[in-house]
Design a protein around this ligand. Structure first.
Ligand code: AMP
Ligand code: MG
Length: 482
């Protein structure tokens, strides 16, 4: 069955880059959701009747060349030389309407050569969670993999209990990770690293072909995209939760929505993931971890950067040292926008840090603060347990605004374009998933998704979706158990 024009380039790479593997056939595929707008963007033509079978992996579309990709990775700092797609299968690639090559991948599509002890399956809850979170991130303007479809399989998967099984169809600029480079570096396979680097340059950074040192330029480009990405995460209160090197893309898209979650009350040390005992991937750690991961990438490229190892290390180090500055640049630019500042002034960093400090001391909801601060006719003052702390800070902000010519209504309007009213609030996500998993009630999922598709619009009838969670005795915890 033809759904589009496949153009599979990764599967043309040497055999050791992947293992050919068809998706498993499942008992009874049923479509939960299909992202028609994204399908159009991808130039796919999917008759609704066939959709469930295709997105479950039961019917292979014409032109697909399904593979499981090889990769390695540092998981919580420990190197694992072979991870790979253990429960994801890359169906193939299509060229979208803008001319960009995109991967179509089924997640939860059965065992592969990389499954190790795993069952290759995914449970419905995590599939819907990734659907919601990745589509919310996209609507928030953050580079991310997308969700094209979710189907239930009619089979159970066994985690701590029996759960309905599901498959997510995920779209990515590519699924090449820092860990993909590490896989070949761990095997001393310099030829493969060069082939992969050339492929990545061709696919993601074609302008670098003509650089004097394309591989050093590649490192610099990935450093820059990741710095921009992590800054965006921090600007909206996103915590990825499991920033292992196998979960960091070379394209600069957010990938692998496992235990990720949005922060409610501002706290730089926020950790949600139950397995992140030491806070390695805490909210404010993310830039440091990104740089650590990029250093692992740099190590794999040393042989390509310069034949002289010392030279190579010196040049790569210089690029890596630039990460902090790039991150700071993007992060501060984002914070300026959030605070409605047009110009750049020396004291801006301190202004932002002072605000974050009092937000943390007063357990102020991060999203609510910036949204209320963006309203021309309201004040976030009431969010502070000590409102005077806000008053004092607001004076410094007013003072700072004197140098700016923009009128308040225009400023407030601009601020509402960057400070969302709606994020996937943890308590709402959990309610939604529980309804779907425990009661096969998908309405709350569809309702929440629809709210999250327009995060910057006031949606008065849906105000409850913007609210902070009710006070709770227990900290919110997320789990990897996809
Ligand atoms: P993740 O924590 O999702 O980034 O996955 C880390 C590694 O574990 C990847 O190689 C996955 O393919 C593999 N993996 C995770 N869950 C499963 C599963 N249920 N079956 C097989 N492999 C899995
Ligand atoms: Mg992963």
């Amino acid at each position: 069955m033809k759904i589009g024009d496949f153009s599979n380039s990764f599967a043309q790479l040497p055999e050791r880059f992947f293992v050919r593997q068809a998706p498993a056939i499942v008992a009874q595929p049923e479509l939960v959701i299909f992202n028609e707008k994204l399908a159009q963007e991808l130039g796919l033509d999917i008759a609704a009747v066939g959709a469930a079978a295709i997105f479950a992996g039961n019917t292979l579309p014409a032109g697909a060349d399904p593979i499981a990709m090889a990769y390695a990775g540092h998981q919580f700092g420990n190197f694992v030389p072979q991870l790979g797609d253990g429960r994801a299968i890359l169906l193939g690639e299509v060229i979208d309407q803008t001319g960009t090559r995109r991967d179509i991948q089924l997640k939860g599509a059965g065992r592969t050569a990389f499954s190790r002890g795993g069952d290759g399956r995914a449970a419905l809850g995590p599939v819907l969670r990734e659907y919601l979170l990745s589509e919310a991130m996209h609507a928030l303007g953050v580079p991310t993999t997308r969700a094209l479809a979710a189907v239930t399989t009619g089979e159970m998967v066994f985690r701590d209990r029996a759960l309905p099984g599901a498959v997510l169809t995920r779209i990515a600029a590519s699924n090449i990770r820092v860990g993909t480079f590490q896989y070949f570096a761990a095997r001393g396979d310099e030829d493969a690293i060069k082939t992969l680097a050339d492929y990545v340059i061709e696919r993601h950074y074609p302008a670098l072909r003509d650089e004097a040192n394309p591989y050093l330029a590649l490192l610099a480009a990935v450093v820059d995209r990741q710095a921009a990405l992590i800054a965006q995460w921090l600007n909206i209160g996103f915590i990825h939760g499991v920033m292992n090197t196998d979960n960091m893309t070379i394209s600069g898209e957010t990938i692998d929505f496992g235990p990720c979650a949005f922060m409610d009350a501002y706290d730089a040390g926020t950790v949600f993931s139950s397995i992140d005992q030491y806070g390695r991937y805490a909210y404010a750690q993310q830039p440091h971890i990104a740089q650590w991961n990029l250093t692992r990438l740099a190590e794999t490229l040393l042989g390509l950067i310069d034949p002289d190892e010392k030279q190579s290390i010196a040049r790569a180090s210089e690029v890596l040292d630039g990460f902090a500055g790039r991150f700071e640049h993007y992060w501060l630019a984002g914070m300026r926008q959030k605070l409605g500042l047009l110009t750049t002034q020396d004291g801006d960093r301190a202004l932002v840090l002072n605000l974050l400090k009092i937000m943390q001391e007063n357990t102020v909801d991060f999203t609510l603060f910036f949204r209320q601060f963006s309203a021309a006719d309201a004040t976030p003052r009431g969010l502070f347990s000590n409102p005077e702390a806000f008053d004092q800070w607001a004076e410094t902000w007013h003072e700072r605004l004197r140098g700016e010519a923009r009128d308040p209504a225009a400023r407030a309007f601009a601020m509402r374009q960057v400070n969302p009213a709606f994020i996937p609030r943890n308590h709402l996500v959990e309610q939604t998933l529980a309804a779907a998993v425990d009661h096969a009630d998908f309405q709350p999922f569809h309702d929440l998704l629809s709210v999250l598709q327009n995060p910057f619009e006031d949606q008065p009838a849906r105000a409850r979706y913007a609210a902070a969670p009710p006070p709770s005795d227990t900290a919110y915890r997320t789990f990897c158990g996809t």
